[in-house]
Design a protein around this ligand. Structure first.
Ligand SMILES: Cc1cc2nc3c(=O)[nH]c(=O)nc-3n(C[C@H](O)[C@H](O)[C@H](O)COP(=O)(O)OP(=O)(O)OC[C@H]3O[C@@H](n4cnc5c(N)ncnc54)[C@H](O)[C@@H]3O)c2cc1C
Length: 310
């Protein structure tokens, strides 16, 4: 595999590459092979090559929603660094803006609010890339706003490297869900319809949601965000629970502050696991198992990971 990859991509291929810094949870892990994709042509070349040569590949965006439970990710890890922004069309009311999947969400929010374009302002403080946020349909809940809300159409690639465009409906966005999670297609870029509004009003909304985030969540620490999805309304009723909040259940099971190696359950918000040092994948696995089994035992509920477990 090494020879094939080096022949095709030369020095761009890194072997046994330390990818820990690219995850917000910072667990210690490596990529068997690693490459960065900088354009759609890059993505095509990489995906077609891996498909023909049957090399497994893993897409890494901003690494803010991934828990790696192994020391090495086998095959090729492709980190998305494709950056593009272009106005497609404009009316008095809105702008259709093309944004690439490798665009960091922090820049998406800053640049659109500065330009007086509404659609992303509640996501100030959301880490990661636009591609990861579309894959996850990342959300803000006060008020409810999903990253997929303003998508008009997206350009996607299948696992053989074929590119096509799909309208918003194709993505079947729902809570923490887009169809890409089932098809494993790659989101390359999208056109977003953004309403024109006063930039100061947008910046105020953005700052208010950031302030709320800082008040309620651990901030500036190594974490993967909320680890588990909230339970459904039906489960809440079935088990006679006061809330659907996974954080509440973990907290009331007495797990705040629980430690496995360098990983600890946050004191501020029990659905956040924090890496306080050189956290190892096996300790993260132990933490995950312990939380799930404790909640099952105490409440009869099966918690489902919100983070993508690799
Ligand atoms: C401090 C903190 C706060 C957070 N707050 C929120 C929040 O408010 N709301 C919320 O919903 N989430 C939140 N998250 C979770 C996370 O930030 C989001 O899910 C984020 O949008 C993931 O983007 P990413 O680029 O980091 O994706 P990654 O973590 O890199 O990847 C996540 C998944 O998407 C896949 N993927 C990535 N890019 C693509 C692509 N272009 N095409 C296809 N698949 C792709 C990956 O293979 C992986 O399976 C938070 C996380 C942290 C650490």
């Amino acid at each position: 595999m090494e020879e094939q990859l080096k022949k095709q991509f030369g020095e761009r291929i890194k072997k046994d590459f330390n990818i820990s810094p690219y995850f917000t949870l910072k667990m210690q892990t490596k990529a068997e092979f690693y490459i960065e994709a900088l354009s759609i042509d890059d993505w095509k070349e990489i995906v077609q090559f891996t498909s023909i040569n049957k090399i497994p590949f893993f897409i890494l965006g901003g690494g803010s929603n991934i828990a790696v439970l192994r020391n090495v990710i086998p095959g090729l890890v492709v980190r998305n660094r494709y950056m593009k922004k272009e106005i497609v069309q404009e009316t008095e009311e809105y702008t259709d803006l093309l944004l690439s999947s490798g665009y960091p969400m922090s820049l998406v929010v800053k640049e659109t609010t500065d330009a007086g374009l509404s659609g992303f302002e509640y996501h100030l403080g959301l880490p990661g890339t636009l591609g990861g946020a579309i894959f996850m349909n990342s959300k803000w809940t006060k008020p409810v706003s999903y990253v997929g809300d303003s998508l008009v159409e997206g350009t996607i690639m299948d696992r053989e490297g074929n590119v096509r465009r799909e309208k918003r409906e194709y993505f079947s966005f729902a809570y923490d869900y887009s169809r890409l999670q089932d098809t494993r297609e790659i989101f390359l870029e999208g056109v977003f319809r953004l309403r024109k509004e006063d930039p100061d009003a947008l910046k105020k909304r953005a700052q208010d949601s950031l302030a709320y985030r800082k008040e309620t969540q651990p901030f500036g620490v190594a974490t993967g965000g909320c680890f588990f999805q909230n339970i459904s309304q039906e489960e809440k009723e079935l088990h006679n629970l006061p809330t659907t909040s996974a954080g509440y259940l973990i907290d009331h099971a007495g797990l705040k502050g629980h430690q496995e190696g360098a990983f600890v359950v946050s004191d501020k918000h029990a659905n956040f696991v924090i890496n306080t040092g050189q956290g190892k994948p096996e300790d993260l696995q132990k933490m995950l198992n312990l939380i799930k089994s404790t909640i099952k035992e105490k409440y009869g509920v099966d918690l489902k990971e919100e983070v993508q477990v690799v």
